[in-house]
Every structure is written in structure tokens, then in C-alpha cells.
Ligand binder design. Structure first.
Ligand code: BG6
Length: 486
């Protein structure tokens, strides 16, 4: 039985810093993504160093215009080719495209008095192009691309002043694009702050006396993002009545290795910790277990009564999330084989296959996640990232026979269909990297997620021409039939 509701928002997702390139064009300032180096071969145990950037790395990056080893500076040249790309998305029948607005195109350092007009014009044209193709934009305000200037001069989000700068950025884009955008997300994967603090909140951990001090600083930065998100939601309600703000979580579904209650408790803790971020944005307050944790550790997070009231008054309208894999926890983790992920490592699940990058592929886990999230929060859900990274081969006749990708999507869509049947309210689905883009964690180009192949290699060589993969035609059918063709 096909249960996808009428008007289901099928589409795809990208982020400015992984797609646009043009890192220093038309007044754009440097963002944290522009200092991220190409890091293709990181071990499973060491996933965190994929994302790591030190003060020295920043200093070196600022001295060079290199775009070979800083691949996000070149992206896939979406900045110049977005019309062609959007036409291809429209050909697939996309109802929605998730994009982000690079803060540094609008406010190059993040704190200018006036916005950069060229940046404003760029996004206006991009959003109007989407509308002309009847594609609904879903806009992320902050997707791992905060201004580098704010990291260097304000300690990133640890500084309260950054809330004010972000509020100004949000207000500026809400006013500018109020006739064009209905669906907004504040912070991409807001729970990633501990997994890669530099990219998310601009925290350089080694600047702090020890691990605990860095952890406290990250919680402070996170609190500021919660407040900034609520503040943006408040402004959104005033400026664009009827618009909707979503929270965005990395859904890191965790299973216990056995039915040993101690392990079940470990898994419950992992899932609860994952949900904490959604709890604040949906219930409007910090859960007691987190407050207890702060107290036990002597963390003094600076907040005001007004902050807490704002969190309470301006909760989100829907919950969006990324879903790539599930994880396993075990009391005997040290003796177990490990698997990777862009964000974490865990124990290998013997019932699941892994992607070429070692991510555990678990479509049923998506159904479980959807049910869990819906039963907990009872607000509409939106899958805004999902997909499989693979090395694709372009054939002589200009396509990619990516049956493995089709199988991945089919399996996940079937589970979404079943979750809807289970009573879950699902607004839509945007596959990650619907056109090949630069990887967030390793900055590889050859880790491809798209329905559209981009002729560029890891070092940026290639024509950058676009080619339709086999999955392009398959996804088109899925959208055309609203899932009935599965
Ligand atoms: C998510 C991010 O965590 O995972 C995306 O929001 C990212 O930006 C995606 O691209 C896939 O990860 P990666 O490292 O394979 O690009």
C-alpha cells in the first residue's frame, strides 16, 4: 500500500559551502569551511580528526588561495551553474530543494552594519529560479559555514555577541526573501557541536585549559545557538506569517548489542543524549538530566531568565533530521570490530552491510527513528538528509549505472512508507547531495551521493559537466507517482 500523502515534498539537499565554490567572489568573506583541508584517509577510530582544524591550520589557510587542497573553496561551481542544476532538479520533478544561505556572502565577517548587496542578489536569483520551476525552497540558515572572523575575534558561539550578529543575519534574509521562502531551518545538525566543535560553533578545543573547560565552553556556545534559533523563530513569525521553522537533528539511532539490561541502558542513554537537542527546541526547556549533568560537573552556563522564556515561547514547528546509519553500543566495545561514520564510530552490527566508507546501512533503523521521534514529539517530521556515498564510474555514453544507489533509496523509501502507515506525520524527504558535491567530513569529491554526476575529481580536475545517472530516471518516476512506483 502506498501511503505517501498528497503534496509530499520530494526533493534533494545541498549546502552552500559544499556546492557553491566561488569562495572569494563578489565580496564573500572566509568561512570555517574555507579552511577545511582535503583529508581522504582517516581511520575509523579517528573520525574526529577529519574535522579538526587548529590555530596553525587557520593561519596557513589564510595565507593561501589554494583551491586544490581546500576543496570547499571550489565546490562544484554551483555558484555559476545553479540555473542549469535547478533545471535538472525540475526535470526530476523536485517539489523542494534544501539549500543554505552562506552567512559570509551576506555579512562577510558576520558583524558588518550593512549586508553585501551582491550576496543578497545572488540568493534572490537562486530562490526566484526555484520558484519559477515550482520548487519550494527549504533554507538552512547555518550549515557548517560560520564566518571565520567570528571564530578568530569572538571565540565563535561562546561569545554572546554572536547571537546578536546571527539575529541580524536572520532578520535580514527573512525580510529580503519573505515572498520566496516558507520553510526554514536554523542550525544544521545542532547536535554536532561536540563531534566537530570548530565547524559548528567555532570552538578550538586546544585553546581551553583542559577537556572539561572545553566541554563547558561548547555547552555555552550551544546555549547561544538555542537562543539564536528561538530568536530567529520569533522574528520569522513577525516577518513572514505562516512560515515555518524546523529544528535539524542528526538522528544517531543506537542499539544495544545484547539484551543485557546494562547495555540496553547504555543505548537508551545514547538515544536520550541525541534527543536532548530536539527536547530544548520542541519542549522549550532543558531536560532535567542535562541540568543534573551540568551540576555534577560544576558547569556554569551563563543564561538569563529572558533566554529561558524565549526558548519556552518560540519552539519549532517541525523536526527535520539527517539519517545515514545506525550505531551499536556494547560493554565489550574494546574487543569488537569498529565501523565508521562522518560523525562517530561504533561497534559493527553483524546484521547490516556497510557503505564503502564503512557507514552501516539500516533502512529499518529509519522506520524505527521515525516512529520514535514522532511518538516523542508529536510534531511533523521531515527527512532532510539521507543517502549513500559511493565511488561512481562514468560510462562511455555519459551515465552511471548506480543500481546500488537505487537499491539504497528503494529500501529507505519503503520503510518511510511503512512508518507513515504506522501513523507518523512525514512532510517530505530531501536526499543528501542530490547532485555530487564535496564531502563535508573528508572534503572528497569522489564520495558521491547524487542523482547527477559532476565531472570533477578530488583535486578539482575535470570539466564540471553534469551527467544524469541511472538513479536520476528512477527518482523521477518515484516523484511522478508519489512513491507508487517503488
Ligand atoms: C551530514 C552533513 O552530517 O552529513 C552534510 O550535514 C554532510 O553536510 C553529510 O555532507 C554527509 O557527510 P559526508 O562527510 O559524507 O559529506
Amino acid at each position: 500500500m502506498n501511503t505517501f500523502p498528497e503534496g509530499f515534498l520530494w526533493g534533494g539537499a545541498i549546502a552552500a559551502n559544499q556546492a557553491e565554490g566561488a569562495w572569494n567572489v563578489d565580496g564573500k568573506g572566509m568561512s570555517v569551511a574555507d579552511v577545511a583541508r582535503f583529508k581522504p584517509s582517516i581511520s575509523v577510530e579517528d573520525y574526529k580528526s577529519q574535522w579538526h582544524v587548529s590555530l596553525e591550520d587557520i593561519a596557513i589557510a589564510k595565507e593561501t588561495d589554494d583551491v586544490v587542497y581546500y576543496p570547499k573553496r571550489r565546490g562544484i561551481d554551483f555558484f555559476h551553474r545553479y540555473k542549469e542544476d535547478i533545471a535538472l532538479f525540475a526535470e526530476m520533478g523536485f517539489k523542494v530543494l534544501r539549500v543554505s544561505i552562506a552567512w559570509t556572502r551576506i555579512f562577510p565577517n558576520g558583524n558588518e552594519a550593512e549586508p553585501n548587496q551582491k550576496g543578497m542578489d545572488y540568493y534572490r536569483d537562486l530562490l526566484e529560479t526555484l520558484r519559477a520551476h515550482n520548487i519550494e525552497p527549504l533554507v538552512t540558515l547555518s550549515h557548517y559555514e560560520m564566518p571565520l572572523y567570528l571564530v578568530e575575534n569572538y571565540d565563535g558561539w561562546v561569545s554572546r555577541e554572536v547571537v546578536g550578529f546571527f539575529t541580524k543575519f536572520s532578520e535580514t534574509v527573512f525580510r529580503e526573501y519573505k515572498d520566496l521562502v516558507t520553510y526554514w531551518l536554523s542550525f544544521n545538525e545542532i547536535d554536532s557541536v561536540f563531534r566537530h566543535p570548530f565547524t559548528t560553533v567555532g570552538v578550538i578545543e586546544e585553546k581551553y585549559a583542559d577537556k572539561k573547560a572545553a566541554e563547558e565552553a561548547i555547552y555555552q556556545a550551544l546555549h547561544h545557538q538555542f537562543v539564536a534559533s528561538a530568536q530567529a523563530t520569533k522574528l520569522l513569525r513577525e516577518i513572514i506569517p505562516g512560515a515555518q521553522m524546523g529544528a535539524m537533528l542528526t538522528k544517531t539511532m543506537t542499539y544495544a548489542e545484547t539484551c543485557d539490561p546494562d547495555e540496553v541502558l547504555m543505548a537508551q542513554k545514547a538515544n536520550r543524549d541525541n534527543h536532548f537537542y530536539a527536547d530544548v527546541q520542541i519542549f522549550g526547556e532543558y531536560p532535567k538530566h542535562v541540568l543534573n549533568y551540568f551540576e555534577e560537573n560544576g558547569f556554569q552556563i551563563a543564561w538569563t531568565d529572558e533566554d529561558l522564556q524565549l526558548l519556552k515561547d518560540y519552539t519549532v514547528d517541525f523536526l527535520s533530521f539527517s539519517y545515514y546509519m545506525s550505531m551499536v553500543v556494547s560493554k565489550n566495545a574494546a574487543q569488537r570490530e569498529k565501523v565508521g561514520g562522518n560523525l562517530m564510530t561504533g561497534v559493527k552490527n553483524p546484521y547490516l552491510n556497510t557503505s564503502e566508507w564503512g557507514w552501516q546501512v539500516d533502512p529499518v533503523g529509519l522506520r524505527i527513528s521515525l516512529i520514535d521521534l514522532y511518538d516523542t514529539y508529536r510534531i511533523p517530521l521531515f527527512v532532510v538528509e539521507n543517502g549513500i556515498g559511493s565511488t561512481d564510474m562514468l560510462t562511455a555514453d555519459g551515465t552511471v549505472e548506480d543500481d546500488y544507489r537505487i537499491a539504497y533509496f528503494r529500501d529507505h523509501f519503503e520503510q518511510m512508507n511503512l512508518a507513515i502507515k504506522d501513523g507518523v506525520e512525514l512532510m517530505g524527504y530531501t536526499s543528501w547531495g542530490c547532485i555530487d558535491i564535496v564531502s563535508a567530513s573528508t572534503s572528497q569529491m569522489t564520495k558521491r551521493y547524487g542523482f547527477i554526476y559532476v565531472d570533477a575529481d578530488d583535486l578539482g580536475n575535470g570539466t564540471y559537466n553534469r551527467f544524469k545517472k541511472k538513479s536520476f530516471h528512477w527518482y523521477k518516476d518515484v516523484i511522478e507517482t508519489n512513491g507508487a512506483s517503488l
